[in-house]
Write a protein that binds this ligand. Sequence first.
Ligand code: C2E
Ligand code: MG
Ligand code: MG
Ligand code: MG
Length: 290
Amino acid sequence: FTAPISVVFSLLCLYIVNLLKVLHNSLSYRLKVAIKKGELVAYYQPIIDAQTGYIVGAEALVRWFKPDGTIEPPGRFIQILEESELINELTLQLLRNIPVDLVDVLKESPNFRCSINLVPQHLESADFSDQLILLAEQGFPCHQLAIEITERYPLKNLRQARINVDKMKALGVCIELDDAGTGYGGASYLQELNIDVMKIDKLFVDTLIISPDRTQVLDANIQMALTLGMQIIAEGVEASSQSKTLLDKGVRFQQGFLFAKPLSAVEFVAFWHESYQAHDKSDSTDIPSL
Ligand code: C2E
Ligand code: MG
Ligand code: MG
Ligand code: MG
């Protein structure tokens, strides 16, 4: 009697697994079509120098403009792209759009940098850095680009990653460690990959409000970055008290809903113009660069 039950159970599991595969494939197929049709576009979140209020950069964050009129954030689909070749197509498309979307900003503000999120496969094969070299030859402003390497995933081939990072650095690209302190890389990535900027994850920025007496990890991260001569960007700054405390701790560059949410390209450029005009240009030499 038990044998048939286990057979039925196995068949049921197989059925469920296949059903999940079909659903997964159909989403990845829809994403492939969406990339071709240009439905995946970048929103840009400002990065602010909290000391002067200047916008020093932006992070490109993908959004899916679905045919039904809704806008989907990356949380529900980015992993599917990241697990396939599709992420290469998406990243290149976002990259090519940066000089178009931000043309005025990049021209008027030579120190402004826009960052883009990469995954390990971009670093572990030469394809991405080679594409970037091609783009640079066509006039892409690499000195106004930053790449974000996340700590969420392990890098299997650190040596190859370093070779590609060096190629990008030679083009003037700034190298940032994203989600710092949350994942695999830790201190080893910082030196092995010759990181220029540490992006301190929201998790640690949150401790300033949730448990202000337990900010040792935040402080240690800041100290490590400063000791290694890196710039720091604090992510997920939502309250002015957080911003102020971070500034006191030496973290000038900040990103978060306190300043702005990720904005469409048109909104971002308007936001930038407004902020740029509000500032006295005579002290423009004081604008720090990322
Ligand atoms: P991330 O790179 O760490 O980006 C920061 C995320 O935090 C963004 O979420 C941003 O909207 C959000 N955020 C910024 N400030 C605040 C704040 O003050 N409060 C809160 N609650 N959230 C804040 P988003 O746009 O949903 O992106 C989520 C993640 O998806 C990104 O995390 C990144 O890992 C990934 N992602 C986004 N765009 C791309 C892309 O083009 N390529 C790749 N590979 N990954 C991407
Ligand atoms: Mg990022
Ligand atoms: Mg981040
Ligand atoms: Mg993050």
